[in-house]
Design a protein around this ligand. Structure first.
Ligand code: ADP
Length: 439
């Protein structure tokens, strides 16, 4: 096109020269030049009008106007540009359609919102799972449709490392797992997964464990009762039975402890034992636990140090908190050699309340720490026979803390001791004045 440019300029000059020459031959060279200029201007205006009309036409699939010379080249160039643009647009549209088709085929609901929570797009599964309607909900704010305070808090938090579980707003029997990802300019991609079946299975598992434990309790009570009667008359029994009865009594006590812990854990987990939010005075509770731990320590003479400031209180369920703290203090006794020290400390700061149980015991290899709160997980299975533990203590602690919006932190060094810290949020710290209700 650049090569043509000088040719077009030459042609215009030639045209104007020819007009001037014709004018000259007629005796009016200036009129000839003017006639040439106006003629060219008129032709240019005509071409510009054709271009204008073509650009104004919404149906740009039509061909660009045809012309000759400079305007012909311009029209050809514009036509090619337009064709490229249309091709790219069709390609992008086809891709978007394909992505939409594939997300529509998904079983999980997918929703796209902008930074303000305005719903921009969602797939068919989102309509089924969350009850959105295409005609009315486009452009709505998402948390006006999913009216759940936990969802709003999760959406605004921008901390999406863990998914959120909620009931479907349109079909409350459905359990949904919501996972949000940030993209673009604070936009969000929300994926809603139907986990109803998983939740039901989990519930069945808990019910099963709870029911089996209950069913086992009655026969075990009968066996323990008879064993106790036999133990009372050990002297009258032949010597070879005495050891057998002693071992049977020991094992039935272990089994009773196990069943008690299983029932407790299943109640805490299923929410059957709901958190009774009353104000607990921690001083008397922890002192009582340490007294019991002293009895457990017996002639091992562990040294106990309790540091609980006067008036330390916590909102929560008395029996759940008591069993969680007892488990930690009793573990400290079980896993600390004779004459070791056990420190029980409570402190409150801006972040919340923290109960620490520290011992100078055998410690735990760091590889085991992440799994310690799993049911029946033991750092060293060969040791637990001596301690008589059920393997459920820390699982109970974990679930009690979950029920109290807290979490457990474990620090330990092999051979030096361990530290178990229960963290509670600020909202659980009650005013000291109201503690009397608990004591
Ligand atoms: P167990 O009934 O076996 O004590 P827990 O759930 O209470 O079960 O504890 C799980 C495991 O964690 C224990 O088997 C033990 O290996 C380890 N553990 C718990 N507390 C301590 C502690 N204070 N010191 C060392 N190890 C501990």
């Amino acid at each position: 096109m650049q090569n043509n440019w000088s040719r077009y300029v030459r042609m215009i000059i030639l045209l104007l020269g020819a007009c001037t020459l014709l004018g000259y031959l007629a005796g009016y060279p200036l009129y000839g030049l003017l006639a040439g200029l106006f003629g060219y201007l008129g032709w240019t205006l005509l071409q510009a009008r054709r271009l204008y009309q073509w650009l104004a036409n919404p149906n740009r699939y039509s061909e660009a106007p045809q012309s000759v010379g400079l305007w012909g080249d311009l029209f050809d160039g514009l036509h090619k540009l337009n064709q490229n643009h249309l091709r790219t647009r069709d390609l992008l549209r086809a891709r978007i359609n394909r992505i939409q088709e594939s997300t529509n085929a998904m079983h999980d609901g997918v929703i796209m919102t902008d930074a303000g929570g305005v719903m921009e797009w969602w797939n068919g599964a989102a309509e089924k799972l969350l009850g959105f309607r295409r005609q009315t909900d486009q452009g709505q704010i998402i948390y006006n449709l999913i009216r759940n305070p936990a969802f709003k808090a999760y959406y605004d938090s921008k901390d999406y490392r863990e998914p959120l579980e909620i009931a479907s707003p349109s079909r409350p029997h459905l359990h949904l797992q919501i996972q949000i990802s940030l993209f673009g300019d604070d936009d969000r991609l929300i994926v809603a997964k139907d986990i109803t079946r998983l939740v039901q299975l989990e519930q069945m598992r808990r019910d099963f464990v709870g029911n089996v434990s209950h069913e086992m309790r009655t026969p075990l009570t009968v066996i323990s009762g008879y064993l106790e009667t036999l133990s009372d008359h050990l002297d009258e029994l032949p010597p070879k039975w005495r050891r057998a009865i002693a071992t049977m009594s020991q094992q039935s006590s272990r089994m009773e402890a196990l069943i008690t812990d299983l029932i407790l854990l299943s109640r805490i987990e299923t929410g059957e034992q709901t958190v009774d939010d009353t104000v607990q005075d921690l001083g008397p509770m922890l002192r009582q636990i340490c007294d019991d731990a002293r009895a457990l320590s017996g002639d091992q003479q562990h040294r106990f140090e309790i540091s609980v400031p006067e008036g330390s209180v916590l909102k929560g369920d008395e029996s759940q908190l008591r069993s969680a703290f007892s488990n930690l203090v009793f573990n400290a006794v079980k896993y600390t050699p004779a004459r070791g020290s056990i420190h029980v400390t409570w402190c409150a700061d801006r972040e919340g309340g923290h109960l620490t149980v520290r011992d100078t015991g055998i410690g735990i290899d760091p590889v085991h720490i992440p799994r310690l709160t799993e049911r029946f997980y033991r750092a060293d299975p060969s040791r637990h026979k001596d301690t008589g533990g059920t393997g459920l203590g820390l699982a109970i602690v974990k679930h009690v803390l979950i029920n109290h919006d807290g979490h457990l932190e474990i620090r330990s060094r092999m051979g030096e001791g361990s530290e178990f810290i229960c963290h509670f949020p600020r909202e659980r710290l009650a005013e000291p004045g109201v503690a009397s209700a608990a004591s």
